[in-house]
Design a protein around this ligand. Structure first.
Ligand code: PMP
Length: 437
C-alpha cells in the first residue's frame, strides 16, 4: 500500500469522504488521491515522494507558483509578529489599497476569509440595499456553498451530478431564479415579469466551474445595463478570475479595460483565491454607497473573528505586489502554448473536443467541436467519460490536473520550460487513453 492509500484510509475514517472539500476525493475520476506534503514552483510532492507538475495551483491562488520565496518571507515576518489580534492592522489597508488601485470599480472593500463568505455577504448586501428578495444566478455558475446559490451550481455540484443540495429549504431555493448562461432574452424576460422583486444578478465574471465558458460579446455589459434599468445590482464574482485572468481581473480585461467595446462598472465584485496567495482571504468590494450599507456604518450585518488576519494579509500583499503585468503576459503565453498542445494531441488521437477559453483560463470539453460550450446544458452534454482516463494517464506521467472535467486548468508564473516540456510529453499517451474510452 502506498503512503497516500494509507493516508486516504485514515482520512476516510475521520472526515466525510476523507476530505475537507468534495472534489479532492477524486469522485468522478476514481482512484486514490495523492496526499501532498510540499510544493515548490510548479511542482507538488506527495507522501510517497512522487513529484507532479501542478495544473491545479491550489484551484487558482498559486499564481506565482508554490512557496514563492518573497511571499514566504512576508508570511514569516508576519508570523514573527503574532498570528491574530482581533483588532485592525495596517496590512488590511495595504491589501485594500492594492486591490482598489488595480480594480477601479472597487471604491470600498471588506475582507473575509472564503469566497463563499464574500458572495453570501454580497447577496445579503444587495437585498439590504434594494429592499428586494430575489436573486438571479446562471446555471453552471458556482458562487460557493451558500444555501441560496447551490441550485444548478457548477464545480463539485456538477462533478457529483447533484441537482442542488439537500438541506436547502424550498423557501430559500424559491428566492433564486436560475437562468441559462449567455441568454440575455431570459434575463430580460425575468426582469419584465418580476423586476420589482429582483435584488441582484450574480454572475461569474467568466464562468470556470462548468469548465470554462466565455461570456458572449457584450453579455456582462448587458447584465449591468439591465440591472441598472430595473434598480437591481450586478454582483460580479471574480473569486476565480480576479488577479488571475489579468492585472485587474476579468473586468479589467473586458468591461474595465480602457477602450473596452462595452464598458460597464459592476455594483459589487467578489474576490478570493489569488487575493490571498494561498492563505484564506476573500473580499467583496464595489460602489461606496452600497458598501456603506455594511455594519458598522449601515444596517446589513457581517463580521469575522479572523477577517483581515495579518498573516493572510501579508501573503496577499506580497502576492499582488509580485503579480506584475509581466506575470500575466507570461501566464497568457503559457496558457496559449499548453491549450494548443492539448488540442493538437487530442486531434492527433482522433478525439473530438473544443478548447474552452476565457482570457488565460481554459478547459477541455470532449465531443463538443460542433459549437463549443455556451452554457451548462452544453457542458453536461459533453463526453465527460473521456476525462477520467485522460486524467489518470497524465497523473501516472506526473502531471496533476484538476480531478474533474468541469474545472479550469491553472498555470503559474513558475511554469518554466522544464515543467512545460514535462506536461507536453505526457499529452500524446493521455490523448490516446481518452480516445480509447
Ligand atoms: N465563486 C467562484 C467563482 C468560485 O470559483 C469559488 C470557489 N471555487 C467560490 C466563489 C467560492 O470560494 P470558496 O471556495 O473560497 O468559498
Amino acid at each position: 500500500m502506498t503512503s497516500s492509500e494509507e493516508l486516504f484510509q485514515r482520512a476516510r475514517a475521520l472526515m466525510p469522504g476523507g476530505v475537507n472539500s468534495p472534489v479532492r476525493a477524486f469522485g468522478s475520476v476514481g482512484g486514490t488521491p495523492p496526499f501532498m506534503v510540499s510544493g515548490r514552483g510548479p511542482y507538488l510532492t506527495d507522501a510517497d515522494g512522487r513529484e507532479y507538475v501542478d495544473l491545479v495551483c491550489s484551484w487558482g491562488p498559486a499564481l506565482l507558483g508554490h512557496a514563492h520565496p518573497e511571499v514566504l518571507a512576508a508570511v514569516h515576518a508576519a508570523v514573527d509578529r503574532g498570528l491574530s489580534f482581533g483588532a485592525s492592522t495596517p496590512a488590511e489597508s495595504d491589501l485594500a489599497e492594492l486591490v482598489a488601485g488595480r480594480v477601479g470599480a472597487v471604491e470600498r472593500l471588506r475582507m473575509v476569509s472564503t469566497g463563499t463568505e464574500a458572495t453570501m455577504t454580497a447577496v445579503r448586501l444587495a437585498r439590504g440595499f434594494t429592499g428586494r428578495n430575489l436573486i438571479i444566478k446562471f446555471a453552471g455558475c458556482y458562487h460557493g456553498h451558500l444555501d441560496g446559490l447551490l441550485a444548478a451550481a457548477g464545480s463539485g455540484v456538477a462533478t457529483l451530478a447533484l441537482p442542488g443540495s439537500a438541506g436547502v429549504t424550498a423557501a430559500t431555493a424559491a428566492e433564486t431564479l436560475v437562468l441559462p448562461y449567455n441568454d440575455l432574452a431570459a434575463v430580460e424576460e425575468a426582469f419584465a415579469a418580476r423586476g420589482q422583486d429582483i435584488a441582484a444578478v450574480i454572475t461569474e465574471a467568466a464562468p470556470a466551474n462548468m469548465g470554462v465558458v466565455e461570456p458572449g460579446e457584450g453579455f456582462n455589459a448587458a447584465l449591468s445595463r439591465i440591472t441598472a434599468e430595473h434598480g437591481a445590482l450586478l454582483i460580479f464574482d471574480e473569486v476565480l478570475t480576479g488577479f488571475r485572468t489579468g492585472y485587474a481581473g476579468y473586468w479589467g480585461l473586458t468591461g474595465g479595460a480602457p477602450g473596452a467595446s462595452a464598458p460597464f462598472v459592476p455594483d459589487l465584485l467578489t474576490f478570493g483565491k489569488v487575493i490571498g496567495g494561498g492563505m484564506p482571504v476573500a473580499a467583496l468590494g464595489g460602489r461606496a454607497d452600497v458598501m456603506d450599507y455594511l455594519a458598522p456604518v449601515g444596517p446589513v450585518y457581517q463580521a469575522g473573528t479572523l477577517s483581515g488576519n495579518p498573516i493572510a494579509m501579508a501573503a496577499g500583499v506580497a502576492t499582488l505586489t509580485h503579480a506584475t503585468p509581466a506575470v500575466y503576459e507570461f501566464i497568457d503565453a503559457r496558457s496559449a502554448q499548453l491549450s494548443a498542445a492539448v488540442s493538437e494531441a487530442l486531434s492527433a488521437a482522433g478525439v473530438d473536443h473544443s478548447i474552452q477559453r476565457a482570457g488565460n483560463l481554459f478547459s477541455v470539453a470532449f465531443g463538443t467541436s460542433a459549437h463549443g460550450v455556451r452554457n451548462y446544458a452544453d457542458a453536461q452534454a459533453q463526453e465527460s467519460f473521456r476525462y477520467a482516463p485522460f486524467f489518470h494517464a497524465m497523473l501516472d506521467a506526473g502531471v496533476y490536473l484538476p480531478p474533474s472535467v468541469f474545472e479550469a486548468w491553472f498555470l503559474s508564473a513558475a511554469h518554466d520550460d522544464a515543467a512545460m516540456e514535462h506536461i507536453l510529453s505526457a499529452l500524446p499517451a493521455a490523448a490516446k487513453a481518452a480516445a480509447a474510452a
